[in-house]
Design a protein around this ligand. Structure first.
Ligand code: IPE
Ligand code: IPE
Ligand code: MG
Length: 232
């Protein structure tokens, strides 16, 4: 099989990585950011077209104000600091999720980064920040209702058209680090036929070889989409 066009990653295990080393959780997030940078470069080198990174879920607000504040700070720092890297590697940055509920300064950084990288034609990195699959579907339905009024005939195609990034194909492969077998509200609609790859490794330990292993595993899968394999 071909390599995946769109890969989504649930970057989990930052806290456990830190705990294992007797460090505070925020240290895990710092190392998680370094891993994210490695994996963006690796995805670009491998020739993946779209990479969606689950950065912060609609449920992650339940964490302490200190942890949430630290993660928001890292997002801001990352968006600011990575422009030269994005320019050099032609990386286009996009966003998925409800931007309106994010702190104003983060909203501005996201909007500016999207604008500044809009013409880059290499890897597209979708940052899922304040993202929830259920929330995305609800917002899509509301946008459809506002534009069309009549809900009676709403179709799959209509919902697809109002998702956060309607031009991006569904993820072929969804990776989760740190061993948990759940979606945690990631790409619920788009992931209907995604292949899943779960790795025990905590996110801060991820490197290019781990992404390559996931891609190689994906290439051995038999995707049937509800049909029958090898139909004559
Ligand atoms: C993922 O790591 C990062 C975010 C969810 C923001 P965690 O912080 O969830 O790490 P664990 O699951 O507690 O180890
Ligand atoms: C999912 O990880 C969210 C992100 C990676 C951003 P969580 O750590 O929040 O998921 P649960 O709580 O283990 O389901
Ligand atoms: Mg977690």
């Amino acid at each position: 099989m071909q390599k995946p066009v769109h890969v989504g990653i649930i970057m989990d295990g930052n806290g456990r990585w830190a705990k294992q080393r007797g460090l505070v959780r925020t240290q895990g997030h710092l190392e998680g950011l370094a891993a994210a940078k490695r994996i963006v470069k690796a995805a670009s080198d491998i020739g993946i077209k779209y990479l969606t990174l689950y950065v912060f879920s609609t449920e992650n607000w339940k964490r302490t104000a200190e942890e949430v504040g630290f993660i928001m700070g890292l997002i801001k720092q990352y968006l600011r600091a990575e422009f030269d890297f994005s320019k050099k590697n032609k990386i286009r940055v996009r966003h998925a999720g409800d931007i309106t509920a994010l702190p104003k300064d983060i909203q501005k950084e996201i909007i500016d980064t999207i604008k500044d990288t809009a013409d880059f034609e290499g890897l597209q990195v979708v940052l899922a920040i304040n993202y929830g699959g259920r929330d995305e579907i609800i917002r899509a339905v509301r946008k459809f209702a506002a534009a069309n009024g009549d809900m009676e005939k709403i179709s799959e195609k209509d919902i697809c058209a109002y998702l956060d990034n309607p031009d991006i194909p569904d993820p072929d492969l969804i990776i989760r680090s740190a061993g948990e077998y759940r979606t945690s509200n990631f790409l619920l609609w788009e992931g209907a036929y995604s292949e899943f790859y779960i790795s025990k490794k905590f996110w801060p330990d991820w490197d290019k070889e781990d992404l390559e292993a996931a891609v190689e595993d994906f290439m051995t899968r038999d995707r049937r989409f509800g049909s029958v394999a090898n139909q004559e």
